[in-house]
Write a protein that binds this ligand. Sequence first.
Ligand code: ZN
Length: 532
Amino acid sequence: MRTTLSAILVTLVAAGGVGQPTALTSAKSVEATLDAKEQELEQLYATYWQIQYQLEQGDTSVSDKDVNRKIRDVVNDPKFLHKLEAAHFEDAVLQRRRQLFLEVATDSQISTDTDLATLVESIRKDGSAIRYKINGKLLDRPELDNVLGHAVDRDLRRQAWYAQADLTTLTGNRIREAMKLRNRLGLRYTRENFSDFILRRRATNRRDLSSWFEQIRTSTEPEYRALLSRMQRELRVEKLEPWDLEYYFSTLRPELENKFGLEGAWERTTKVASLLGFDFSRLPVAVKITDITFGGYTMPIWYGKEIKMLVSKHTGIRFADTILHESGHALHFSFVQEPTFILRDNYPPPMDEGLGQTMTLMLFRPEISTTVYGLSSDEARALIERRRLESNYSLRALMVQSEFELEAYDNPQQDFAALYDRVCSKYLGVDCHQSNTWGYDPFYAAIPLYQQNYVLAEMFAYQVHHTLDQRFGRNWGQESGSYLHDKFLIRGGSLTLDQIMHQGTGEGLSAKYLVAALKAEPAVAAAKSESK
Ligand SMILES: [Zn+2]
């Protein structure tokens, strides 16, 4: 690729050599370099993702150090970045590519800073090495999570809850340092706050987030309060504690879990996709069910040409849910249609996660769960109600993680245990006992300011389902699949999230369809009308 790049530059110098270089020839030469750099990045990212694919599966014989350095060299090229910034571009696509490339470069300057990268790596290592001591046993993260989510013994869950703070004790100071350092690097490279810059990279902003979080919290407050009373009654406890909340959902209609086995999960997912006219057997998607850190991970080795999906071996509803979510990423990475790599690779994250959730929500449409998953209509209704209750909690838990992080970046000096307690009781309505558990969240060090995407993804998915229902009725076929394809799945970075939502749903991203789903009546009503 480097040879090609110099060849192009030589040709351009020769062509422009007759007179003084004009603004046009200089813009042309910047464009040629941009083309070459994007092609080079596409090659490097293919290598990068191949390595991630192996690393994720525990292959320790490979390292991404070399490819990371090469990517950094292509992107961090001050002379070129200066020319790119100054170039006079008429074409809107070119202007968008410039904007995205400059943002990618700034992002890379910050995240590859040597001190920051060292800090983040040390936090990650300690996070995976730590064992939590519960009841005389040493547990790793999945085991601890399992106690919190499933242990019938309340005192065991209490111990597990407090044990999360062990990780804060070990890495909390370094997480705080990483936040301070990102703030300093943000001011150095962007002349704005790190959080403002990153939120823009992630296709959102502080003002919208605050107002959506507030809307979701206040308009579902009666439902959430009702849920808390129900938990208290059914768990027979005097006072609800943080270690009761997640566990409660494992007690709701647990027999539904047996309806979703590991066997045939991918086949059922492809069946759901085929209802929409998408044929996975003809898409460049390889699926492997294995054991990885995250529930699922879909990697765009080459957009449109080679997609690899890893899904952790779980069973039950969670597995069916995850594999559908990953299939949404796979459809997006297969279908994205953009003229260049930077545009394919810099899609709005809330849309990409939202396309995952758009597929996940299929599981909660009775016309699909009764046919593809073989539930009775009573089970289909129970599944929707269980998800509604659980989402009332899980979206609040996400907003806690996200709001805590935003406020932490605002003032990284403050007492984080006190901040976490304040945000925790605001959303969850329980006392978090100054337990200092905030450092248990792995995103804070590794992927800053990302978790709001999961709230926005949920908004996106309900909004898209609403639009498709309005246009095509309840039983979606190939034409709704085509609509999903043309309005969303082919999108990358050319349009903003706002433009995509307006073109696809007639309005900007909105919380109202999510809020409606979190309230009882619509979900029940939809299920009732279906069972007729
Ligand atoms: Zn995802």
